[in-house]
Design a protein around this ligand. Sequence first.
Ligand code: MN
Length: 325
Amino acid sequence: MLLTDLAYPAAWRDEATAVAGALKRYDRYIVCGHAHLDGDALASVTAAGFLLRALGREFVLYSPYGVPAYLEFVERPASVYTSLARLPFTPQCVLALDLGTPSRLGDELGALLPSLACVNVDHHPGPGMGTVANMIRPEAAATAQLLASVIHASGADFTPAMASALMTGLITDTGGFRHSNTGLRGADIHAIRECLDKTWTIPRFRLWSRLSAKVSTAASGAVAICSCTLDDLGSTTTTQEDCEGFVERMLSLKGVRIAALLKEQDPGKTRFSLRAAGDSDVAAIAAVFGGGGHVKAAGGTIALPADEAENELLAAILRTDPKPL
Ligand SMILES: [Mn+2]
């Protein structure tokens, strides 16, 4: 897909126009993605901020956990608030991007949401939670792609800063365009790839080495599973951010249909990420533990130490009867 000018599906036009209209209707916005920002969520929040600024609106960018270090390079129109305690204004409307359920907003904004108008743009399947406008398009590769159509529909100039942010979202949500060919006017693809790829540290290498040695397989090689414990991080002086991408690496193993990476948060709480190849559906597995996501990429939390959580998760995966590719 080529994203230039108006080259987006005609079916999106009415919704993109409605969203653009809603962004002119209020004066003060909170712009947010899902609580733990990924490349697409940050890209969408960033581009939306640039758009609101172009439209002369006041806004804050909000994320309770801030911007992950590996995404720091993305140029932003304003700093990101990690708390709503001291906003510079009384907000009127939430612009919720790359998420479709209030539970993914985090507690603080989740509590505030019912008192505010909401505009929702997302590519996860679901009914949408916008009260003023919804643009929910699961066929989009990334929410960033939907934001591009909103910017066009608004009539605002499509600036290089917007284009670079949106391109970052497209790259991260498409696994570096392994699934589609995409271009976006004004974005420096080479510079963005350098920022995303040329980031390895020796501690991160050591962690991946350690995790690689711990990967085990099940179901005749159809399942790969691994736990990253607090000790793994401590021994290599790394953080959970250094695990980013490891579960995709596990999925690149020959024959593997489902890859699972568990990340111990504290001794009684373990987060997990699932990736699927072929026709496997990991959203259904995540749902067993109250998690969610896409058919091919999902996650959640299990209130157990890593080793016990791994057993529970593996049992749930094996119940889906995966066969090697
Ligand atoms: Mn996304």
